[in-house]
Design a protein around this ligand. Structure first.
Ligand SMILES: C[S@@+](CC[C@H](N)C(=O)[O-])C[C@H]1O[C@@H](n2cnc3c(N)ncnc32)[C@H](O)[C@@H]1O
Length: 434
């Protein structure tokens, strides 16, 4: 099956710049005005994004002045080193001193055309995904550097995993859901087994027939016979789960979806390999395991930062949402529900259980984080049975009571579908010395 290859506006710009100058020297001048050192990416539109863009510059040690209606910056302490830092690490900028940033080039590699779903981010339609650009910024803002280790104890679809990997920051991810662990691993590990994945593709696609793919046992046994490589298996398991989700949520034909997904997934993995090569990225090491945020198996004072978003929406039932995939993986749904924070219990009891579970999780975060380091928590108030549950206030109060200090509280107000306002908070805490 052929995949249509079409270019984004940015890719066309990059190509034009490259061909104009012969070699890829990043010497394309985006703005002739010498006062302009930094231009924002076109997609930066919300106030909280500007706050993050400014915080990021400060964290990278850049002194700046904002110009042109908040869309451009002038660097006051300009040096090659500062420019290089923004070019390699920055999250909100298209160009720095006339050169395209790494991030601008990374986001051009997008097979789905959905904003923010570049590289392998799109691999499963997981509800409640982070905004990857925000995570890249937070990694910088909380001062994480190549070789440091960041933890996400509710790693979900693996957004923090992929963004840390891109910045050369090591990542430890934990999630109670086996579906999440597969997502995170496939997004970050497939680049290491691309040839092996391709090697068994024909055998898999030639067997797309209802009799083989109807039952999971047939499929999983079939995969076991084809390969013993867990990373390769996970790739094809996720392709199947994606087709199951397309079929159950969008009523799409399973076989068509499965075939199309495999091609798109492969193209995305290839994109990742190409951009890694082109930008000479040194990737972070990624470790994602099934686990419980309430009792982590990590040592005390062992991680350099935490970036996470707990299941704050008591109303969003993660288990129910992915029930088809979890069943296909062979899990006992009732048993899984019992461990999931936010879906246990009913009525007011659900809120009590949630608070209790979150207290345990926050204590664990405190225990494993090194002193003087930061935990960024993205959380919002949930509405449950018609009542607002003040999760944000609860989080701040509890975190401060166990030794964290709130150092930043950014309101993240966005307008979603049908202009419905969604509010979340980005809370940054510092762990005080013991
Ligand atoms: C808001 S989502 C995280 C989404 C993630 N930030 C992303 O970008 O995809 C919360 C996650 O917490 C997980 N979770 C629920 N209970 C848990 C527990 N006891 N331990 C670890 N993870 C849990 C859920 O499976 C879900 O993936």
């Amino acid at each position: 099956m052929e995949i249509k290859s079409y270019k984004t506006k940015g890719e066309i710009m990059i190509e034009r710049a490259e061909s104009n100058f012969g070699t890829f020297e990043y010497d394309y001048i985006d703005n002739k005005n010498s006062n302009v050192d930094l231009t924002l990416l076109d997609n930066v539109q919300f106030i909280y994004e500007l706050s993050l863009a400014e915080l990021e510059l400060k964290a990278l040690g850049i002194d700046f002045e904002v110009t042109n209606g908040l869309r451009e910056f002038k660097i006051l302490n300009k040096s090659d080193k500062q420019i290089e830092k923004i070019r390699k690490k920055g999250s909100y900028y298209k160009t720095v001193a006339g050169q395209f940033t790494d991030y601008f080039q990374i986001i051009q590699k997008n097979q789905t055309r959905s904003v923010n779903q570049y590289l392998t981010h799109w691999f499963y339609p997981y509800k409640g995904k982070f905004h990857p650009q925000m995570i890249r910024a937070l990694i910088n803002i909380i001062g994480l550097k190549e070789g440091d280790t960041v933890l996400d104890p509710f790693s979900g679809s693996g957004t923090t995993a992929l963004e840390s990997q891109l910045l050369g920051v090591n990542f430890i991810g934990v999630d109670i859901s086996p579906l999440c662990v597969i997502q995170g691993r496939v997004k970050t590990e497939s680049i290491y087994v691309f040839d092996e994945i391709k090697m068994i593709k024909n055998e898999i696609t030639a067997n797309v027939a209802p009799n083989l793919f109807q039952t999971n046992e047939n499929y999983y046994n079939f995969l076991d016979k084809l390969t013993s490589n867990e990373r390769v298996k996970n790739f094809y398991i996720l392709a199947r789960l994606l087709a199951i989700s397309d079929n159950s949520r969008r009523n799409r034909d399973f076989s068509n979806s499965f075939l199309k997904n495999i091609e798109l997934m492969l193209a995305s993995v290839k994109d990742y390999m190409l951009i890694k090569e082109k930008l000479n990225l040194r990737l972070g090491e990624i470790k994602i395991e099934i686990g419980d945020a309430r009792s982590l198996t990590l040592q005390d004072n062992s991680v350099d930062g935490i970036i996470t978003s707990p299941p704050y929406s008591i109303a969003l039932d993660y288990v129910q949402n992915d029930i088809h995939s979890l069943k296909d993986l062979g899990y006992d749904i009732l048993k899984i529900r019992d461990e999931f924070i936010g879906v246990r219990g009913n009525g007011i009891n659900r809120v009590y259980l949630y608070n209790d579970d979150m207290k345990k999780s926050y204590k664990e975060m405190f225990r494993v984080l090194k002193p003087d380091k930061y935990a960024a928590i993205i959380i919002g108030n949930a509405t449950y049975q018609g009542q607002e549950i003040k999760t944000v206030e609860f989080t701040i109060e509890f975190m401060e009571s166990i030794g964290f200090k709130l150092v930043k509280n950014i309101n993240k107000i966005i307008f979603g579908l049908y202009n419905v306002m969604k509010k979340e908070n980005i809370l940054i805490f510092k762990k005080g010395k013991l």
